[in-house]
Design a binder for this molecule. Structure first.
Ligand code: BG6
Ligand code: MG
Length: 215
């Protein structure tokens, strides 16, 4: 297959923001009177902010009305933003810049497909914004992964057919979203979790144009 575009998830693929999400959710849980573990945090990967809060409250056995939930999600986000506003380009995960440069040289388009409403802030902090031909983030979609909307919108903005797109994802819901959109998917992380992907690699440092062409 000739790949014409690569679409990248952000959190867990280009940068490790899970640690900052974890600190912010853990502090909120503490205020609400329960413990939130790193293992619990795994359940939030790739999941939207409000669904993350629902999972957190379920773990704490707490029921709240929508207004209070919005208030808590805002509070968590403010805390999370205090961390991401301090990020530097050194936090870009290994291999990312080289692989993006190789794609550019090959004439392959590059898009972002992220659930995060903070994606622009993060890309700006990492000095990566200009490398992307299209950026679709949590502000531009109404249906969260595993719905393919975020990737399909990326393909439309690039003007490339889904069958010529490859998605890079670290979350199971993201892999499902890519496949549901008729795209190929390369999983970043463990083959046990991302088994549905067409190929699984450790990280973008482990990616080559040959591997892309082998799909
Ligand atoms: C995803 C993360 O990329 O973005 C999730 O994997 C996160 O953990 C989601 O909940 C939404 O992020 P934000 O920045 O809009 O709260
Ligand atoms: Mg992710």
């Amino acid at each position: 297959m000739k790949t014409k575009a690569c679409l990248f998830d952000l959190d867990g693929v280009i940068v490790d923001t899970a640690k900052y999400h974890y600190i912010a959710w853990r502090e909120l849980a503490k205020e609400l009177g329960f413990e939130f573990t790193e293992k619990d945090n795994e359940r939030l990967k790739g999941v939207s902010r409000m669904t993350s809060l629902d999972i957190l409250l379920e773990i704490g056995g707490i029921t709240l009305d929508d207004e209070k939930k919005l208030q808590l999600a805002d509070k968590k986000n403010e805390n999370y933003r205090s961390f991401i506003l301090e990020m530097t380009p050194e936090e870009i995960l290994p291999g990312t810049k080289d692989f993006l440069a190789a794609l550019k040289e090959e004439g392959i388009k590059i898009a972002l497909g992220s659930a995060s409403k903070n994606a622009m802030t993060i890309l700006d902090r990492l000095n990566l914004t200009n490398l992307f031909d299209a950026i679709i983030d949590g502000n531009k979609v109404s249906n969260a992964k595993p719905d393919p909307e975020v990737f399909l919108k990326g393909a439309i903005e690039l003007g490339i057919s889904p069958s010529e797109c490859v998605v890079f994802e670290d979350a199971e819901a993201g892999v499902e979203a890519a496949l549901a959109g008729g795209m190929k998917c390369i999983g970043i992380g463990s083959p046990e979790v991302l088994g549905k992907a067409n190929l699984v690699v450790d990280g973008l440092h482990d990616m080559t144009l040959d591997k892309l062409a082998s799909l």
